[in-house]
Write a protein that binds this ligand. Structure first.
Ligand SMILES: [Zn+2]
Length: 410
């Protein structure tokens, strides 16, 4: 009986642990430099423009090792919708905030769009899908680099990069804080807690993991400052001993509560279940918006202009060719031998004969087609001697097999 009781307690603890939120950001920051608090002389400076809404262009890198991890567009769009509600205090569940805390609820006036313009001016839907031979990632940034089985970041000064992939262990996601290395800046979210439909699992099925991690990306700490009775640097969040999980009921007092109202357990920066976290405070709003101030680490994002498809200057962004099996060899990339070019465009490919039969087209950056041919074996060079100097788009192949190059003719 004692054995059985012990076993049951063990199973209970295991299940309880499975259901607890686990944010990888604090562990990640132990080994990755960031600037804990920046110059806040302009704190709230973004609010000098009345009712200004800050819009953040987002690129989603979906890294999949099996079809389940290749989440649907609908699941991705549901996450953008959750962010847009949570950061504008438009989420209906905020009504569950206890009365004494309701005056703290902030409309952060931050919104999110899937990027419409990719680096290089290509048009895009802001979703990159890429097969990876990594079945499950550690929180060590491998997913942020093509050479390590991931996908390279788009310019992190202009886009919020979100990598959606399978994470090992119980980690739901992690974020880089402002001031870290540029090429690994962004947020990583486990594919089965991203959005509020499709493959999401209870109790992290309302998209709040991403709301929480983007909060870190905008400079917020956990409410307890990641130490017992620690400080998150925000004036209007009450001091609390540590994290709360599950769905606490009000009031939830802890060892260091300074009044009878206790912890702000329903805040997005605590660890409650998705259905039980629903607000940022005014102080958190000011902190997050300060990263966009003139001296803020994310100020350059205000000049991104990549939410508007009218700003695209080139054709559609080529996607990675989808792959369905692990065993399938990854072909060597088609490359140009030289770029800029003067007289000829010449290709480098693992086997030149594979180029035979491919369609080649050259366009101006405004979309006018100047050249069209089918490549022949033994004649893979294209004469461009006659073209005026400038920038052209070279399209090789078609459909999913299409490669697009920006060619500079000198
Ligand atoms: Zn966290």
């Amino acid at each position: 009986m004692r054995y059985l009781t012990g076993l049951l307690i063990g199973i209970f603890n295991f299940l309880a642990l499975q259901a607890q939120r686990n944010c990888g950001t604090v562990e990640y920051l132990k080994t990755h430099p960031f600037v804990a608090s920046q110059n806040i002389t302009e704190r709230g400076g973004r609010d000098t423009i009345i009712n200004e809404i800050i819009t953040i262009p987002v690129v989603i890198h979906v890294l999949y090792n099996n079809p389940a991890q290749n989440i649907s567009d609908a699941q991705i769009l549901s996450q953008i919708d959750v962010l847009n509600k949570d950061y504008r205090a438009l989420n209906q569940d905020k009504a569950g905030t206890p009365f004494v805390f309701q005056k703290l609820i902030a409309d952060c006036r931050i919104s999110f769009c899937l990027a419409k313009v990719a680096p290089g001016g290509y048009s895009t839907n802001g979703i990159i899908r890429k097969y990876t031979n990594v079945s499950s990632f550690l929180p060590n940034d491998d997913m942020k680099f093509s050479a390590r089985g991931g996908a390279d970041a788009w310019d992190t000064k202009k886009y919020l990069n979100i990598w959606v992939c399978s994470m090992q262990g119980r980690i739901l996601g992690y974020a880089a804080m402002p001031g870290g290395p540029e090429n690994s800046d962004g947020v990583v979210i486990n594919y089965d807690v991203f959005g509020n439909r499709g493959s999401v699992r209870s109790p992290f099925d309302k998209g709040r993991t991403t709301t929480h991690e983007v909060g870190h990306w905008l400079g917020l700490k956990h409410l307890w400052g990641d130490s017992d009775c620690g400080d998150d640097g925000i004036d209007d969040t009450p001091q609390q001993y540590g994290y709360n999980y599950g769905c606490p009921s009000f009031p939830r007092k802890s060892l260091c509560s300074t009044d009878e109202n206790g912890d702000l357990f329903m805040n997005f920066m605590d660890f409650a279940n998705d259905a039980c976290m629903f607000m940022f405070t005014q102080g958190q709003k000011i902190k997050m918006r300060s990263v966009f101030s003139k001296t803020g680490f994310r100020n350059a994002m205000l000049q991104s202009f990549t939410c508007d498809s009218a700003n695209a200057s080139a054709g559609p962004l080529p996607q990675e060719t989808p792959r369905t099996t692990v065993a399938e060899p990854i072909p060597e990339m088609l490359r140009l031998k030289l770029n800029p070019v003067s007289n000829f465009i010449e290709f480098i490919y693992k086997e030149k004969s594979l180029l035979a039969g491919k369609q080649v087209q050259i366009f101006t950056t405004t979309g006018a087609r100047l050249y069209h041919a089918i490549l022949q074996t033994g004649n893979e060079k294209i004469n461009v001697n006659y073209l005026p100097s400038g920038i052209y788009l070279l399209v090789v192949g078609d459909g999913a097999d299409r490669n697009i190059f920006k060619v500079v003719k000198i």
